[in-house]
Design a protein around this ligand. Structure first.
Ligand code: SF4
Length: 682
């Protein structure tokens, strides 16, 4: 406290952990950070943060920070100058491009980085290398949300604002544990439920919000479509459809309606493991609400039917008229701080900055005019396809900025083998991550506290990230690193400045048209930001982006992971996050949060523990067809018999050694939430 009182200067910026996007006020003196507090006037967090945002910032000057470019020579990393590293990158990328063509090169961008750096990364790949092989971590989390909501509404982003929680009278949380993964929004949801607002939680785990919800539909992992179809069936049967909304704002209703009327409820009940009477009661409560908001997370998207689950949630909202006004809507809880922004900026292989199709000649011409070079004409590789191509030898070079794919992507052995098979791997990082260990060149980047730009949170709010301290000696702002390479490859760019970069983005991305760095203020603006600078709090008020909202019916399909492995591996493992740590833990493990939680644990139901003779806190062997890990068991009724739960925050365990290659059928988002495993006392 005394140190924070001494602070000379307070700099307002935005948390770089989750998609809530809390405003932070950072006390700094003599280029040293002394404190982090939360401003009372922050529209997102009103003076609150969680223990990640408030305390887990000490990683920024941790002794493990990378502070020099490193080049691997004869298997050993050797310190190099920036010029040496750049010369090697330009020489290798140039020769691979001329020998094998631009599609032999790919890039993975980072939601840890601001919009401006993501924009530059995709521009490097498209305008300088000449390929659409660019993707980001949205691939492994919310790509099904973007795809599904685009199919239903035309826009793959939250329809409403978090402040609408004050105006809703019903909350549905599906496949999300917001008090752990989105704690400030989670606290608001929990408080609302505690004060008596009715709600449904659909989740295989008894989460904290499930304890306060009116209905907890504790389904078998991977059966969201079955439960959502049952809900829609009962809403129709009970006469709770908003027919006027359906008739005037949507299309595809009759087919959807007819399919649901023929739904095999017996089968859906048996597959999901949720009692039909409970689903019916929950559906009636949702259908009768004046204003119902839904929130969904990775428990919806990281399934083979992830995109289809998202469209099913959109169907429920449309059939009950819960779209386009205050206190309603479909509101994905975006996992990472700027994952919305990374996709908005075009870090995906099929759509450029602003979500225009890279395969449509009209938009190819548009990007050609904006970037001054011919646009590549076919869609690029998604992250899982990059690994497959690397393993097959057709992808030769990969540039990964701020993403530890070796720890976080599924089936670690496959990922590591693929990366090792590349001719050239560039890793731009702040720490020596599991992925960095495999690099040919490591470029030391900077944390969010050492640079300026914008993050876009889960409610489309574009907020200013401001430099608090100078970059550590030896490091560079990531956007400048990309620009340096662009310049050396003959594509002249001015030095990195957040205001001019945002101006360029506003010129390319239509829904950023009125975004200006000096007009963002302390609370930012929600896109679409119109040319006159006005923001948009609620989407689809009069019409949907695609015109009419579209209903889609999908039959429930069992995951191939279960079909192929359930006999030998009868338990279903689902993986997730906890409050104290963030994803692969690269940042939170280097703060005091490691003293609070220092290992991944496995939750197992008491009945299963008895049957397997597994004692509380004993070490167990958890294994799948891909690999195994040993970890500590916690006997808990938070999971049902047959279901196991763990996290993936610690590289010592590498939980992703055992996760599966199955993916969302539409977007190739990995199916982290349904892994066929077995377990035994170790
Ligand atoms: Fe950061 Fe999310 Fe916590 Fe807010 S809720 S402080 S954005 S981790």
């Amino acid at each position: 406290q005394s140190k924070s009182v001494e602070a000379q200067e307070k700099v307002r910026t935005v948390c770089s952990y989750c998609g809530v996007g809390c405003n932070l006020e950072v006390g700094v003196k003599n280029n040293e950070i002394l404190s982090i507090t939360a401003p009372e006037d922050a529209e997102v967090n009103q003076g609150h943060t969680c223990l990640k945002g408030r305390y887990a910032w000490r990683f920024y000057n941790h002794p493990d920070r990378l502070t020099s470019p490193l080049i691997k020579k004869e298997g050993q990393f050797v310190e190099a100058s920036w010029d040496e590293a750049y010369d090697l990158i330009v020489e290798k990328l140039g020769s691979i491009k001329s020998d094998f063509g631009p599609d032999a090169i790919a890039g993975i961008s980072s939601s840890r980085c601001p919009n401006e750096e993501n924009y530059l990364m995709q521009k490097l790949m498209r305008a300088v290398i000449g390929t659409n092989n660019i993707d980001c971590c949205a691939r492994v989390c919310h790509s099904p949300t973007a795809h599904g909501m685009q199919q239903s509404f035309g826009t793959g982003a939250a329809t409403n604002s978090i402040e609408d929680l004050a105006k809703t009278d019903f909350i549905m949380v599906i496949g999300a544990n917001p008090t752990s993964a989105h704690p400030v929004t989670g606290a608001k949801i929990k408080q609302k439920l505690m004060k008596g607002t009715p709600g449904i939680v659909i989740d295989p785990v008894k989460t904290e919000v499930a304890e306060y919800a009116t209905y907890h539909l504790q389904l078998r992992p991977g059966t969201n479509v079955a439960v959502l179809n049952m809900m829609a069936h009962y809403i129709i049967k009970e006469g709770l459809v908003d027919q006027q909304f359906v008739d005037t704002r949507t299309e595809g209703w009759q087919d959807y309606h007819d399919a649901l009327m023929n739904l095999d409820i017996d089968r859906m009940e048996a597959l999901s493991g949720v009692d039909r009477a409970l689903v019916r009661d929950a559906a009636i409560a949702y259908g009768k609400a004046e204003a119902a908001m839904s929130f969904h997370g990775l428990g919806v998207t990281e399934h083979s039917q992830g995109s289809r689950s998202v469209m099913s949630i959109a169907d429920l909202a449309m059939m009950t008229g819960n779209i386009g006004r205050e206190g309603v809507g479909v509101n994905p809880l975006r996992g990472q701080n700027n994952v919305q922004g990374a996709a908005d900026m075009g870090c995906q292989p099929h759509q450029g900055a602003g979500y225009m199709s890279v395969e449509d000649p009209k938009w190819q011409e548009y990007y050609t005019e904006k970037y001054g070079v011919h646009s590549p004409t076919h869609a690029g590789l998604k992250i899982p396809q990059m690994f497959n191509s690397a393993k097959a030898g057709t992808l030769k070079a990969l540039w990964i900025m701020g993403e530890d794919v070796a720890q976080t992507d599924p089936n670690t052995h496959h990922v590591v083998e693929s990366l090792k098979n590349l001719d050239f791997l560039i890793v731009q990082e702040i720490f020596f991550s599991e992925t960095a260990k495999l690099a040919d060149v490591i470029l030391p980047g900077t944390s969010f506290l050492e640079k300026s730009g914008t993050f876009t949170n889960g409610e489309r709010r574009v907020q200013a990230v401001r430099e608090v301290v100078k970059p550590l000696p030896g490091t560079k702002v990531d956007g400048q690193i990309i620009i340096d390479v662009m310049n050396r490859m003959g594509y002249a760019q001015p030095d990195y400045q957040p205001d001019t970069m945002l101006a360029e983005i506003a010129d390319v991305v239509p829904f950023f048209a009125g975004a200006k760095w000096n007009e963002l203020g302390d609370n930012g603006k929600q896109w679409p930001i119109l040319a006159d600078g006005s923001e948009t709090k609620i989407l689809h008020t009069e019409t949907f982006k695609r015109g009419l909202g579209k209903f889609h019916y999908f039959d429930f399909e069992e995951s191939k992971e279960i079909e192929n492995h359930a006999t030998s591996f009868p338990y279903i493992l689902t993986t997730s996050r906890i409050l104290e740590h963030y994803n692969c833990g690269t940042m939170t493990r280097r703060t005091d949060n490691k003293q609070i939680v220092s290992e991944d644990i496995l939750l197992i139901n008491p009945q299963d523990a008895r049957q397997k003779q597994i004692a509380h806190e004993s070490i167990v062997r958890l294994f799948s067809s891909r690999g195994e890990v040993n970890l500590k068991a916690h006997v808990s009724d938070k999971v049902k018999p047959g279901v196991l739960f763990t996290t993936f925050h610690f590289p010592e365990l590498m939980v992703n050694n055992i996760t599966s290659d199955e993916c969302d059928l539409e977007t190739l988002c990995p199916e982290y939430k349904v892994v066929a495993v077995d377990v035994e006392a170790a």
